[in-house]
Design a protein around this ligand. Structure first.
Ligand code: ACO
Length: 328
């Protein structure tokens, strides 16, 4: 724990959540009707996904982030002008630069806050939340907006049925404020760049052209194996750092990529299925948005209550993974 300017410990508490899903739900049969060589049965059996949402052609990552942020600010009872930190996780930014976080800041009407993007793909929100927590604990910042927003439909190869059925678009946000009591209890962030190849978009914009491959590529089985392994170990590490066992948490919100990854992870952690928040069936994999979307749903429907302990977990391209444990 760190000390604030008054030498009393400062913690970071989540005081508001918000989220946004674009358009109408797109079902598995809708994908078949659009000409993708797949079936409702295959997608449900291998992934648990039934629906996902896609942005309209003129709808951006920043625009989704703005709606989710306004909803989180409204729950916190905060004006955007009061924020002194905005951290936005995305790997589908609106532009090469400025950062999508700066575009969001402008759209919200905030001036002068510390503002930047975090790029850790599907672990992005967990990375962003852990970073914002450290800013607040250091005493330098008091009111943060942390956002995960992604429009993966823009980087999917619609000829590749092994990936295009897995993802959806959306945004989620939380307001994090300095407080005298926790709040965030612990966080752990990890990565292994030696595994960059198993999940990537290996292209770039250079000299006015796209070089390499601008679509998402994935070795599905390698990602699956790694995801279960690191999600179990990082959950244990994060709980241990707070002096807890994983079975003592009230809720697990894992990255929503695949129901089989979620089930295998919670089984190995010894957690009852009733303690796991699941949205992958209705959202698909929304990358950096998946965890805050699920968090917002469970806060708004009353499952997550004041004083309960919630473990958030991310895993994704990089390879990256991490966890944040907090008391709501
Ligand atoms: N519809 C119908 N058939 C399909 C589809 C599809 N959408 N996609 C692949 N198949 C076929 C393949 O062509 C193959 O057919 P064949 O046996 O005739 O060659 C067969 O299904 C099996 O293909 P695999 O790729 O081996 O299928 P697998 O059982 O590994 O399941 C999946 C694929 C669902 C992607 C799985 O590997 C997985 O869940 N991996 C985890 C990846 C993940 O969730 N990534 C999300 C991003 S990463 C993250 O967020 C952490």
């Amino acid at each position: 724990m760190s000390s604030g300017a008054n030498n009393r410990p400062t913690y970071a508490r989540i005081t508001g959540t918000g989220s946004y899903l674009p358009g109408e739900p797109v079902s598995n049969p809708d994908l078949v009707a659009r000409g993708i060589d797949t079936s409702d049965e295959w997608i449900i059996e291998r992934t648990g996904i039934r629906y996902r949402h896609f942005v309209a052609s003129d709808e951006t990552t920043g625009a989704m982030a703005k709606i989710a942020s306004e909803r989180a600010l409204a729950m916190a009872g905060l004006d955007a002008g009061e924020l002194d930190l905005i951290v936005l996780a995305t790997s589908t930014p609106d532009f090469v630069f400025p950062s999508t976080a700066c575009l969001l800041q402008g759209a919200l009407g905030n001036h002068g806050a510390t503002v930047f993007d975090v790029q850790a793909v599907c672990s992005g929100f967990v990375y962003a939340l852990a970073v914002a927590d450290k800013f607040i604990r250091s005493g330098t910042h008091k009111k943060a907006l942390v956002v995960g927003s992604d429009a993966f439909s823009n980087i999917l190869d619609w000829q590749d049925r092994g990936t295009c059925v897995l993802f959806g678009d959306g945004a989620g946000a939380v307001v994090l404020e300095a407080a005298a009591a926790p709040g965030v209890l612990s966080s752990v962030l990890r990565a292994d760049g030696a595994q960059a190849d198993i999940l990537s978009v290996p292209g770039q914009v250079r000299c006015g052209r796209v070089w390499g491959d601008p679509f998402l590529r994935m070795e599905g089985q390698a990602v699956f194996r790694n995801a279960v392994r690191v999600l179990v170990s990082v959950a244990e590490e994060c709980c241990r750092a707070a002096g807890m066992e994983t079975r003592e948490i009230d809720w697990l919100i894992p990255h929503q990529a695949n129901i089989r990854i979620i089930d295998a992870t919670s089984r190995k952690m010894g957690l009852a299925r009733e303690k796991v928040i699941v949205t992958v069936d209705r959202h698909g994999n929304t990358s950096a948005a998946s965890v805050p979307l699920a968090l917002d749903e469970a806060v708004r429907d009353g499952r997550i209550r004041k004083g309960q302990r919630v473990l958030l977990e991310g895993v994704g391209g990089g390879f990256t993974w991490g966890a944040v444990l907090f008391e709501f």
